[in-house]
Design a protein around this ligand. Structure first.
Ligand code: ZN
Length: 94
């Protein structure tokens, strides 16, 4: 599953939602569930925050952009919500 496939699948489901607004899948939220699951496959940049350890050394904490769960360095997916993560702008150091 690559980024383009996932993007196309999301666009297809969004289009189906607009074309058939009264379908059982739209009314029961199945399309929204499928779209939300697919969006978790698209990597999102982790959030970094600078802080300090109790002994004064610099500490950088990383958080999931979707649920704000604190992350371990270079996790591919958030273990709380399943979001695929993009560490390209972070070196993952603590
Ligand atoms: Zn998360």
């Amino acid at each position: 599953m690559n980024k383009v496939d996932v993007k196309n699948a999301i666009e297809y489901l969004e289009m189906q939602k607009r074309l058939f607004p009264n379908s059982a899948n739209v009314l029961s939220g199945n399309f929204d569930l499928a779209i939300a699951a697919l969006e978790k496959q698209m990597p999102k940049k982790v959030t970094a925050e600078s802080g300090k350890w109790p002994d004064g050394r610099k500490r950088i904490s990383h958080y999931c952009p979707s649920c704000l769960n604190e992350l371990y360095a270079n996790q591919e997916f958030c273990d709380e919500c399943g979001q695929r993560l993009d560490w390209s702008e972070n070196d993952g150091c603590y």
